[in-house]
Design a protein around this ligand. Structure first.
Ligand code: NAD
Length: 307
């Protein structure tokens, strides 16, 4: 299968090399010049846990340079960058191209529907992780899985099979929105609170009121979800949070929002807590905690960018 990964950053690169290793023709699309140059000159370095670094060679180019037709384009920009990426890769999207978004946060499907027909859209959530430590080098741990769904009418069996040939552990679901809201609930707790408390996930978990703060955020998300017909299962999210913050799981990890703030970048907050606060305003559901968290993260973005 001919596959483009649009957003060949931390996670895009990890999935890209797995797909290529399974025999698919994979190209990366990215706009970061130093990263593209490093990969095209010396290959992509992947350090998996304590193993020796491995090199992978696959072409990476900018949206302007990319040409040809693809069976599948996997979208893995940060959510605020999705609209721009879709605009820039418009010339390579044909009516036959399927586009799968795996970026975190809410609103991705609506953004995609502005660019392509609904039966071209696949949306999913993933538990694969990766960290981009410098241009051309990612560090990875463990393994992951992907849950996905076709948003319109289309047969996605060949895509699921192709991804599973690469051991991406893909399963289809009939209710991807519930999965997306579930994951956004987890991220709306761990991402901003890790930034605001300057804590790894395990350190966050040592706070005696950690789960009280989680509940403040999640109870609002549950009420907002109800206005959209989405059932947000708070107990299931809390159970996942308790698992995730254990050091033997993701406890020693600093979430991507923490890394973004550290690197002076804008975060995905408007597609997490900010999204829930916005829908809450539209639906007259009070969301004081999500609104405050969103404002504090925007303040932190400003403060760190000025530093
Ligand atoms: P990243 O910032 O490392 O990668 C995004 C890449 O997209 C960057 O290399 C950037 O240069 C490129 N890009 C963005 N806009 C572009 C444009 N218009 N043109 C060209 N290139 C463009 O991010 P990531 O960590 O790989 O995360 C991607 C998404 O996956 C996010 O939504 C994140 O929340 C989600 N996610 C990440 C992980 C993880 O462990 N990294 C895990 C699960 C979900």
């Amino acid at each position: 299968m001919k596959i483009a990964i649009a957003g060949f950053g931390a996670l895009g690169a990890r999935l890209g090399v797995k797909l290529q290793s399974a025999g698919h023709e994979v190209i990366g699309i990215d706009g970061w010049a130093a990263h593209i140059a490093a990969i095209n000159t010396d290959g992509l370095t992947v350090v998996h846990e304590d193993n020796a670094p491995k090199k992978y060679y696959l072409p990476v180019m900018t949206p302007k340079e990319v040409d040809g037709e693809f069976d599948l384009i996997i979208l893995l920009t940060k959510t605020p960058q999705l609209n721009r990426m879709l605009t820039d890769i418009q010339p390579i999207i044909t009516p036959k191209t399927k586009l799968l978004v795996l970026s975190n946060g809410l609103g991705n499907i609506e953004i995609m529907a502005q660019h392509v027909a609904r039966d071209q859209i696949l949306a999913g959530v993933t538990l694969w992780t990766s960290t981009l430590v410098k241009p051309g080098e990612i560090h990875t741990t463990g393994s992951g899985s992907i849950k996905l769904q076709a948003i319109g009418e289309s047969d996605i069996t060949p895509i699921v099979d192709a991804m599973n040939e690469a051991h991406l552990n893909v399963a289809t679901t009939n209710d991807v929105l519930t999965a997306i809201w579930h994951k956004a609930g987890i991220n709306s707790v761990l991402n901003p609170l890790s930034v605001l408390l300057n804590a790894s996930l395990a350190e966050f978990g040592t706070a005696s009121n950690a789960m009280d703060m989680a509940l403040n955020i999640l109870e609002e998300i549950r009420e907002v979800g109800a206005t959209r017909g989405i059932k947000v299962d708070i107990n299931a999210i809390i159970a996942d949070l308790i698992k995730l913050i254990r050091p033997e799981n993701a406890g020693n990890h600093y979430p991507s929002m923490y890394q973004d703030i550290k690197n002076g970048k804008y975060t995905e907050i408007d597609f997490l807590n900010g999204y829930f606060a916005k829908v809450g305003r539209q639906e007259n559901v009070p969301t004081p905690f999500n609104t405050l968290v969103t404002r504090m993260i925007h303040a932190k973005e400003d403060i760190e960018r000025v530093k």
